[in-house]
Design a protein around this ligand. Structure first.
Ligand code: 8Z2
Ligand code: NDP
Length: 271
């Protein structure tokens, strides 16, 4: 008889979610908590992290707000070691923290390039390096890296973020192969335009910009952090996605495919 798996259940497990104080990171942290897992949310702004932790605790789990800049490798290492020691385990890491803004490449300063690449690419490596050692020692774990589809198709105006996310994609596939035989899965989640304050302020601050982004999505709508978090939960759940590693789950309403001229498959009438 075919066995049907139960919904995600993270009871007794521990996750670290970077950028867990807002947007997609908060939704992923709360989705993990709904599944019964303890969660540590990491970011720079203590207030928003504490808010997430408070919301997570309503589900009866242990939740902690940990202030840390993912660009600081030593601080990341100390935090991850402390969390693993406190809980006696570390099951999941979600690399969700990011910085972004739109700038023509020729106007981007070295400092602007560094800020984004340090958060997205280097920060992801520091967190993964620190967490991966605990996971490898335990012979189990899941790393989920939040990227964007321009990691593979590029995108004018976001050369820093696209290059960094592309690096994260290559890192994901490399580590997935390196760690698959030792029980640690590494995957990417690639959301499309998602209603978050951070992305709205950074990428579509005006109604006109927002309409242009919306017009690029065949599904005709933005997604929500909660909808994205459901896909994150799937990839983090070793019972449902235990054989998935090194891959990208794209949750974008067809945005990256939506480059057609005849978008409804017809020429719109006429001979
Ligand atoms: C796309 C379509 C949808 C496409 C469809 C949807 C796909 C979206 C995919 C991805 C979405 C996201 O990532 S959304 C995530 C958005 N969230 C965030 O950005 C939140 C976090 N952001 C931040 O912390 C900041 O914005 C960030 C600049 C990145 C880092 O802050 P820091 O305090 O470390 O940095 P600062 O000291 O302020 O600045 C560092 C340098 O960056 C420069 N800099 C800062 N803002 C700048 C700006 N707007 N334009 C130019 N340059 C800027 C400064 O001048 C500094 O350079 P020097 O003066 O030379 O030193
Ligand atoms: N929203 C969208 O349309 C899309 C988003 N994504 C990706 O989803 C993820 C979440 O984005 P979203 O929720 O929209 O944006 P947010 O701005 O809400 O989230 C970014 C988070 O990263 C944290 N962060 C930023 N810099 C650092 C740092 N140096 N150290 C630690 N934490 C940091 C921020 O917290 P704090 O400021 O407190 O440090 C914040 O909580 C990102 O990886 C983004 O690239 C991908 C595709 C589309």
């Amino acid at each position: 008889m075919t066995a049907v798996t139960a919904p995600a259940d993270f009871a007794g497990q521990v996750a670290i979610v970077t950028g867990g104080g807002s947007g997609i990171g908060r939704a992923v942290a709360l989705r993990w908590a709904v599944g019964g897992g303890d969660v540590v949310v990491v970011g720079r702004r203590t207030g928003s992290l504490e808010e997430t932790a408070g919301l997570a605790e309503r589900y009866g789990v242990r939740a902690e707000a940990a202030a840390c800049d993912v660009r600081d490798a030593d601080a990341v290492g100390a935090l991850v070691d402390r969390v693993a020691a406190d809980h006696g385990r570390l099951d999941a890491l979600v690399n969700n923290a990011a910085g972004n803004f739109v700038s023509a490449a020729e106007d981007l300063s070295p400092g602007g390039w560094r800020a984004v690449v340090d958060i997205v690419l280097n920060g992801t490596f520091y967190c993964t390096h620190a967490a991966g050692r605990h996971m490898l020692a335990a012979g189990r774990g899941a790393v989920l890296n939040v990227i964007a589809s321009y990691a593979w198709h590029g995108h004018p105006g976001t050369v820093h973020s696209a290059a960094a996310k592309g690096g994260v994609l290559a890192m994901t596939r490399t580590l997935a192969a390196e760690w698959a035989g030792r029980g640690v899965r590494v995957n990417c989640l690639s959301p499309g335009p998602t209603e978050t304050e951070g992305a709205g302020a950074a990428l579509w601050p005006t109604d006109e910009a927002r309409q242009r982004v919306l017009a690029s999505v065949p599904a005709g709508r933005f997604t929500t952090p909660e909808e994205v978090a459901e896909s994150a939960a799937f990839l983090l759940d070793g019972r449902r996605a235990g054989y998935v590693t090194g891959d990208v789950l794209t949750v974008d309403g067809g945005q990256w495919l939506g480059r057609a001229v005849y978008t409804d498959g017809t020429r719109g009438g006429g001979a």
